[in-house]
Design a protein around this ligand. Structure first.
Ligand code: 6R9
Length: 646
């Protein structure tokens, strides 16, 4: 079988693309040489109430740290995503909603979207929500999730979307951190034929946190849920009583648009704050460039709106670009493992964007469930969330794409707002497993642990030396944590937390996190969070969590657990601990393996030696390195001996 390492841009793509090789080179140069002129011109893609005259105002230095883009510009995100399209596209489908059941789907036009978003905005206003207030959204993948985000944007409220898979405790922590007085939820969610008790979870969360005055409850399944008098409001009833027109609040470019909590290497999840002008510009510009997107094309990003990918490429990017965005409530294997491809055929999807973990799971089911569908409408494939292994890349390319579709492997983070490193389908020759090259305006470097800049083909830590408009502005309520987390390791540079290799062609290959963040099925999890959850259990004395290679999830969660004296280790207790973590954080944090550890390898100063724990979890027992500095080297032998049982 031919196994090329380079997949050149096809002549058809070079011809049709918005940016070809020459255009890419020119844009990179312009962005480097005259950033203000470059970004000022690019930002005319948005509709401004007042066009910005100050474009970039940035310093990554501690003394005068600031990140501001388009700072005297005034605009409204909902206007840009809806109203400005109405004169020409009122009847075009804005959101194509595909429900959990294949029989359940709906097309929402831009005209309808306008009415729905205005109604929700008016309901929020009637509940006292004002510009700058934080609104927590805990919703399934239903059109109302997009309405709610856009309704907040319309009136200048700041949304915080919490993924519906998070537990009541996780939800409570996020509500508390940003002091939301209002939560929007649904009676239940529906995924893969199973219901998720969203409203009941909100009720449980609100027993742990005070300050929430209103819970708006959207009807999804029609389940009979408890309603607390004076606090809970049935959305349908509230919406019936308000107008379907609501003016857009003029917002400064640097006014907050949303908070999205993400896991870091230490402590509680951080509230990543994005602002109005820079974020919307970045979501819109990258969506057009990377997916070579033209208005009206059917674009399907399979991410949930509870993650940043759903924010930027289900809602804001496509809608800002007058797109038709497909929003999928379900899962890839329900009712059958052909579901993705059946949805592609049903809605004539042209661009399909998903995560490697989904591809690996589907790959295991063989080619037939793919080949039984047509997929003729597809013209471009995308990948996001974690490194895509070359084997999955080739399967995606050959089986899903029948060898005719380019794949854009897009590297970015919650913090970056949108894509930073990716091939452009008309400009970049592809290499399976490489996110290839930075977008124009994105300046990457590889550095070693001491911060020495590494040149040429090499490996190191990935840093970014200058700002881009979509960059996060702060950790909500904690500017110091923002600076310390991202700008203190390598002064003057943004540290991504990722390790990376650069090859002889200058292509970037992300190798994964170098901090204590693990990437489980494309979702970020802090090892410290899982450890905190484990030690909350009455039987647990101590816990250390590391990632290990997992065939489907990319990385799995491996937990070393030391039990309290007198507690007996047994399989039922393992199950109980897994259930406990699911309850504390949510199903995505459930450990895949629990290793009973009579002791943990620690330095004399008491620091857990994670490097050794990672090796043992990976079953790489030959190169444990020097263990002589450990307080008790015998601990390692014990763990090695018991590794086989896990
Ligand atoms: C968008 C998103 C960010 C982390 C990031 C990196 C990993 C994302 C990747 C990738 C290799 C890609 N990551 N895309 N690694 N290739 N194409 O996923 O945001 O949830 O914040 O995760 O995901 O490790 O640092 P987020």
């Amino acid at each position: 079988m031919s196994d090329p390492t380079l997949y050149p841009v096809s002549p058809e793509w070079a011809e049709r693309a918005l940016m070809d090789k020459a255009g890419y080179g020119a844009a990179r140069q312009q962005a480097q040489q005259g950033p203000d002129a470059f970004w000022a011109q690019a930002a005319t893609r948005l509709d401004w109430i007042t066009a910005p005259t100050v474009i970039k105002n940035v310093s990554f230095d501690r003394a005068d740290f600031r990140i501001r883009w388009f700072e005297d510009g005034v605009l409204n995100v909902a206007w840009n995503c809806i109203d400005r399209h109405l004169p020409t596209r009122r009847d075009q489908t804005a959101i194509l909603w595909e429900g959990d059941e294949p029989t359940d789907s709906r097309a929402i036009t831009y005209g309808e979207l306008h009415g729905q978003v205005c109604r929700m905005a008016n309901v929020l206003k009637a509940q006292g929500v004002k510009k700058g207030d934080r609104v927590t959204l805990y919703l399934p993948m239903i059109p109302e999730a997009a309405y709610a985000m856009l309704a907040c944007a319309r009136i200048g409220a700041v949304h915080s979307v919490v993924f519906g898979g998070f537990s009541p405790d996780s939800l409570a922590g996020r509500i508390e951190d940003c002091a939301s007085r209002i939560v929007i939820t649904a009676d239940e969610g529906l995924r893969g034929g199973k219901t998720i008790p969203l409203k009941a979870n909100v009720d449980a969360a609100l027993e742990r946190v005070s300050g929430v005055e209103t819970v708006l409850v959207i009807r999804r399944t029609g389940a009979d849920v408890a309603m607390v008098a004076g606090r809970d409001v049935a959305y349908a009833e509230a919406a019936a009583g308000v107008s379907d027109d609501c003016p857009c609040e003029p917002m400064n470019a640097e006014d907050p648009l949303f908070i999205l909590y993400t896991s870091g290497s230490t402590g509680k999840p951080k509230g990543v704050l994005h602002t109005t002008g820079g974020y919307l510009f970045w979501a819109s510009w990258t969506h057009e460039l990377v997916f070579d997107y033209r208005p009206g094309e059917v674009f399907w990003c399979t991410a949930d709106v509870g993650w940043v990918t759903g924010h930027s490429y289900v809602v804001y990017g496509p809608l800002a670009n007058a797109g038709t965005t497909l929003m999928f409530e379900g899962v890839p294997n329900y009712p059958t493992v052909s579901r993705f491809w059946e949805v592609v055929d049903k809605h004539k999807v042209e661009i399909f964007y998903t995560a490697p973990t989904a591809l690996r799971a589907l790959m295991r089911e063989g080619d037939e469930p793919v080949k039984s569908t047509s997929r003729a409408s597809l013209r471009l494939l995308g990948s996001v969330g974690e490194p895509i292994n070359p084997e999955a890349w080739r399967w995606y390319h050959e089986v899903v794409g029948e060898g005719r579709l380019p794949i854009v492997d897009t590297w970015w983070q919650t913090e970056t707002g949108g894509i930073l490193v990716s091939p452009l389908p008309g400009a970049t020759d592809l290499k399976p497993g490489s996110a290839t090259l930075p977008l124009p305006g994105v300046e990457l470097q590889l550095v070693d642990a001491e911060g020495q800049v590494l040149e040429g083909a090499t490996s190191g830590n990935l840093v970014i030396t200058d700002s881009w408009p979509g960059q996060m502005r702060t950790v909500y309520g904690d500017d110091q944590r923002f600076f310390d987390t991202y700008f203190s390791a390598y002064p003057g540079k943004y540290f991504t937390g990722d390790g990376c290799r650069r090859d002889e062609d200058g292509y970037y290959w992300i190798t994964g996190r170098v901090d204590d963040v693990i990437n489980v099925s494309g979702h970020r999890m802090g090892t410290a969070e899982v450890e905190s959850a484990l030690v909350l259990h009455d039987d647990v004395a101590e816990a250390a969590v590391v990632g290990f290679p997992h065939d489907i999830k990319g990385q799995g969660i491996y937990a070393y657990v030391t039990l309290n004296k007198g507690v007996e280790a047994h399989d039922d207790l393992k199950k109980a601990l897994v259930a406990h973590v699911r309850k504390e954080i949510g199903p995505i944090a459930a450990p895949d393996a629990i290793h009973w550890a009579p002791g943990l390898p620690k330095t004399r100063s008491g620091k857990i030696m994670r490097r050794i724990l990672r090796k043992i979890a990976e079953n790489d027992l030959t190169s444990l390195g020097d263990t002589s500095t450990l307080a008790d080297p015998g601990v390692v032998d014990d763990l090695v001996k018991t590794r086989a049982q896990h």
